[in-house]
Design a protein around this ligand. Structure first.
Ligand SMILES: NC(=O)c1ccc[n+]([C@@H]2O[C@H](COP(=O)([O-])OP(=O)(O)OC[C@H]3O[C@@H](n4cnc5c(N)ncnc54)[C@H](O)[C@@H]3O)[C@@H](O)[C@H]2O)c1
Length: 351
């Protein structure tokens, strides 16, 4: 029997996941209901994807439709309440990244999934891309030895997406919680999901404040004419130490006075190293360290959105756990909370 699918949040990512679930076909998934605070957005989804019913209240939707799978694709502040309600209504949940506004909410979501016996998968889409899969295979084969150091960066020069992304009560923060979380999680995944034990970070918001002082009203490059709030950080840098002794250095920004934008993960091990996008391996051949372009033709492709949704279906059918689990979401939120706290206090934070 096909799974009844519903989406909460009919914006950009709601559209992306609706496309993927719809393409699975009605023998696998029926498009049961869509919900948005803005009725016109839900109606537009109904028209585009053939959802059976539209709602503006997700609790009513969950009560009446009793979906099997719910995608939570709202702004970050609504992730925890929507995901918890959906799990309690008996659904398996796909929740977009970041898992929540903070680790306390993430913990509650994880506990709810466990109590209800449902899968809660987090939208760590980069884990599901082809280059990440091939890198993971090389690491699992032992080509790097033990991963001991990683660098993860997602840097924009003037790149707040606008809308709610710059509004802390809705987003929970700026580039760290929005885009940094992608590479932070991807690096941790490739390092074998180690447990973080301490974090030191620096958080800065002077770039946009300087722009404001200089009379530049919009310190970001966005085509959103409605941007009026920007109260999140400009950039974050930090060191994360893991239980196994490995360290991750990360940097992320919306606004940084950089030469050019950059977004990647590099993993360094006791025997070799690699970088993604496109995947390149650094390995010793005949006593020389050689750069091997593993898949120069296959950088980050975006296929991850399709792969992650299909993975959720497989996990439900096979009763297996997700490779982007609630615990992975929680660990990322703990690191993010600690980076913000360390930036505020100037001290290292033990987890
Ligand atoms: N994985 C990725 O690559 C990726 C990319 C972009 C965004 N995201 C994440 O996806 C989520 C959504 O981002 P987006 O770009 O689609 O935002 P968006 O603004 O396009 O859409 C969000 C929608 O959620 C609706 N909404 C908010 N609270 C709601 C509630 N309580 N009930 C019903 N609807 C509600 C809003 O009205 C809006 O239409 C965010 O968490 C974001 O971080 C992930």
């Amino acid at each position: 029997m096909a799974f009844k699918f519903a989406v909460i949040g009919c914006g950009g990512m709601g559209r992306k996941h609706s496309e993927v679930f719809k393409a699975m076909g009605k023998d696998t998934v029926t498009m049961a209901a869509c919900c948005d605070l803005v009725p016109e957005k839900a109606l537009a989804f109904q028209k585009q994807f053939g959802y059976f019913k539209t709602y503006t209240d997700y609790r009513q939707m969950l009560e009446e439709i009793r979906p099997d799978i719910v995608a939570v694709t709202t702004w970050n502040a609504a992730h925890a309440p929507c995901a918890i309600a959906a799990l309690e209504a008996g659904a398996h949940v796909f929740c977009e990244k970041p898992m929540a506004m903070n680790a306390a909410e993430a913990q509650q979501m994880k506990e709810t999934a466990e109590r209800c016996g449902r899968i809660l998968q987090i939208g760590f889409v980069r884990r599901f891309d082809t280059d990440a899969a091939e890198a993971k295979k090389l690491i699992d084969e032992g080509r790097l030895g033990d991963p001991v150091y990683a660098r993860a960066f997602y840097l924009r020069r003037r790149g707040c997406p606008g809308s709610w992304f710059g509004n802390k009560p809705l987003s929970g923060g700026g580039p760290l919680i929005d885009i940094g979380v992608h590479v932070l999680d991807l690096a941790r995944y490739l390092m074998g999901n180690p447990k973080p034990v301490s974090v030191f970070g620096t958080v800065n918001d002077q770039v946009h404040l300087n722009c404001a002082i200089a009379g530049v009203t919009s310190p970001w490059e966005t085509d959103d004419p409605n941007v009026s709030v920007y109260n999140v950080e400009d950039f974050v840098a930090g060191e994360i130490r893991f239980e196994n002794g490995a360290t991750l250095h990360m940097e992320t920004s919306y606004n940084m006075n950089l030469e050019s934008e950059a977004n990647n993960v590099e993993i360094y091990g006791t025997k070799g190293g690699l970088k993604l996008n496109p995947l390149e391996l650094y390995t010793e051949i005949g006593q020389r360290l050689i750069n091997v372009p593993v898949r120069p033709d296959n950088p980050f492709t975006g296929i991850g959105y399709e792969n992650e949704d299909k993975h959720l279906i497989d996990c439900i059918l096979n009763g297996t756990s997700s490779m982007a689990s609630a615990d992975d979401g929680l660990q990322a939120m703990k690191i993010i909370d600690a980076l913000y706290e360390s930036g505020r206090t100037g001290r290292s934070v033990d987890l």
